[in-house]
Design a protein around this ligand. Structure first.
Ligand code: ATP
Ligand code: MG
Length: 615
């Protein structure tokens, strides 16, 4: 944590010095009680000497020495000193505390930025095992706890720390015997405060986890609101939220109790010391060994030393709270980023020859079943490779290996003879455009969604891409055309519209490798026909991996791979596979019979509302 503060050490140092000065000013004010009582208020004393403090070695500081001889009235000297001290202290406090708070705020801003960068660079698998709500909660709430501790309590820690030191010095100077006697307070305070602190830290971690649960429920049910409504699950979700909130409340109260107990517990110990001090002082004053002024100054300083001590105890608990809360934050920071690039990873040259899957095997988890086994095939530049197979056969998984969303567990994928493990992820992904099963759009304008990842694209190119994707017409009908905001995840658009924007985005990216994972699944038959044409244009000169339900796309493929249970069962062109009479031919007869029968009826698109979803 301290490493986050280091870049601001100069600012911190300035703040600390200023804050130290405010403590010093407080100390001097305490010392002034003695001349105040014993000289200014004592009618039997005349003259202008005002001793502020006498050190044990007999050296005395006189206040009047700081003033020109013209100012000699004890009250004037006293009043001017107090005024000066408070004005100076006020300025120093303002400047010092803002500096230190700035350091805390800035350090946490850095921390949050790093956590975000770390999370965004995690491999895809990370997002599948860490729910969105939890991640949100960590980057917002857990970091916020750390911020409170760092910005608000860091200044406090320094300020109170110095005040404590100053007043300890004051009480030692005033009467070291009484000071020593009161020192028994210290271990009596430190030990239990430490114990409570541990409890707070543990409980704080739990309570941030509960808060994460809460934010997870919120995230899921807000974005999945339609499903909640459709199934009439509002009451169920409300009850779930309430229960989780109740658990959070219970966990919060656990640390609240420990944190609040710190103050009164310290007070109790303080209460033990004061009567003893009075007893001792009574005796001393009776024997003329101490003036009441000294004792009052001592007691005042004692209280003033005690207050920051108490506060430091509370600040300590706040730090424990922050430490517990930030466990997850630092847990994320310690994670490896996406398959850290191999040392000396090359930049991938523009793809020119062929992509080879060499006996690729893959499992999502080391101990789970293989999703892909012994996948071997070649895709030459410009070829269209169609992947066919029942749901769950592993088609999406296979194409996800190409941009290295996941790493094969065995075998290798080569592009132009270069294992893709040995190239930089950036250069690899630059050459791949994807249109996937779920098209994620951002809450931004249509324009920015199409241009995602590209800068300075000419107007013509964007509209050209949109036209090719058959999106231009409907975009122009939107209230602000290309500048229309399309809602979170594109929810203000229909499924087919979202898909066409995603296709436009892929067309614009203009990369040599194209992955279409059911890219046209949400289009009606008529639009699909057009989009198929657009895609056909797009595919020219590009190597395309296409997963599609519809025969038309697959028929045109240079190679069809039939995937079953993660293995390639058959491969070849449409005609070859039909002739062979194997799985493909069977699936073809079963699934595409309707399409084929309807094909001559293209003139009546109303009847073409077929979405065969099973192949
Ligand atoms: N993130 C994941 N973690 C673990 N298992 C997964 C994950 N994603 C998919 N699987 C499993 O891997 C298998 C293949 O899934 P995949 O998504 O590749 O199928 P698919 O052929 O694309 O199916 P569909 O036609 O329905 O899209 C399935 O059994 C699925 O349960
Ligand atoms: Mg799939």
């Amino acid at each position: 944590m301290l490493s986050y503060v280091r870049p601001y050490s100069l600012r911190l140092a300035v703040g600390v010095v200023l804050v130290a000065f405010t403590a010093l000013a407080d100390g001097i004010v305490a010392l002034m009680l003695r001349p105040g009582f014993d000289y200014v208020l004592n009618p039997s004393v005349s003259g202008s000497t005002l001793p502020l403090v006498t050190f044990p070695n007999g050296y005395t500081i006189y206040l009047n020495r700081f003033f020109p001889p013209s100012i000699h009235h004890v009250w004037t000297i006293f009043a001017l000193t107090v005024l000066f001290l408070y004005v100076a202290k006020g300025i120093a406090e303002y400047l010092g505390v803002t500096q230190i708070q700035y350091v805390g705020q800035a350090a946490v801003t850095r921390l949050r930025n790093q956590v975000y960068a770390k999370i965004i660079r995690q491999p895809i698998g990370f997002f599948q095992s860490n729910p969105t709500g939890r991640l949100l909660s960590t980057t917002i709430n857990d970091v916020e706890r750390t911020r409170i501790a760092l910005s608000e309590y860091l200044a406090d820690l320094f300020q109170k720390g110095f005040t404590l030191i100053v007043f300890l010095a004051v009480i030692v100077v005033l009467n070291w015997k009484m000071a020593l006697g009161s020192a028994i307070l210290v271990p009596l305070v430190v030990v239990p405060v430490g114990k409570l602190g541990k409890k707070i830290r543990r409980s704080s971690e739990n309570s941030q986890n509960r808060l994460g649960d809460l934010s997870q429920i919120l995230q899921e049910t807000v974005s999945g609101n339609r499903v909640v409504k459709a199934f009439g699950m509002e009451d169920f979700e409300i009850a779930k939220f309430r229960n989780t909130a109740q658990r959070l409340l219970r966990e919060n109260m656990r640390w609240v109790r420990a944190a609040v107990a710190t103050g009164p517990m310290m007070d109790l110990l303080g209460a033990l010391v004061i009567p003893l001090l009075i007893l001792y002082a009574r005796d001393q004053i009776k024997h003329g060994l101490m003036t009441p002024g000294i004792f009052i100054a001592f007691l005042f300083a004692m209280f003033n030393a005690y207050m920051p001590l108490k506060r430091i105890g509370q600040v300590y608990q706040q730090f424990q709270l922050a430490q517990g809360a930030s466990t997850q934050v630092f847990g994320y920071l310690d994670r490896e980023e996406e398959h850290s690039e191999q040392p000396g990873a090359k930049s991938l040259e523009p793809f020119s020859q062929e992509i080879v899957f060499e006996n690729v095997g893959f499992a999502y988890d080391a101990d789970s079943t293989q999703v892909l086994e012994q996948i071997y095939f070649r895709a030459r530049r410009g070829e269209v490779i169609a992947l066919v197979g029942s749901s769950g056969a592993g088609k999406t998984t296979l194409v996800n290996l190409l941009p290295r969303f996941y790493e094969p567990t065995s075998g290798a994928i080569r592009i132009d003879d270069l294992n893709i493990r040995e190239v930089t992820i950036k250069s690899l992904r630059e050459q791949i455009a994807m249109v996937t099963q779920e098209n994620i759009l951002f809450h931004d304008t249509v324009w920015n969604n199409i241009c995602y990842g590209l800068t300075n694209v000419s107007r013509g190119k964007v509209t050209g891409a949109a036209q090719a994707a058959l999106a231009h017409d409907f975009i122009m009908e939107l209230p602000q055309g290309y500048d229309t905001l399309i809602g979170e995840r594109g929810t203000r658009l229909s499924g087919g519209q979202r898909q066409r924007i995603a296709i436009a985005r892929a067309i614009l990216k203009d990369s040599p490798i194209l992955i279409l994972d059911e890219a046209t699944s949400e289009l009606d038959a008529e639009s699909e026909m057009f989009v198929q044409k657009a895609l056909a244009n797009l595919m020219v000169g590009r190597t395309t991996f296409v997963i599609a339900h519809r025969l038309s796309t697959i028929r045109r493929a240079d190679k069809i791979l039939v995937l079953e249970d993660g293995q390639i069962r058959e491969s070849g062109t449409h005609t070859e596979l039909i002739a062979r009479g194997g799985t493909y031919a069977r699936l073809h007869d079963l699934q595409f019979a309707d399409d084929d029968m309807l094909a001559p009826a293209q003139a009546a698109p109303a009847k073409l509302n077929v979405t065969s979803n099973s192949l």
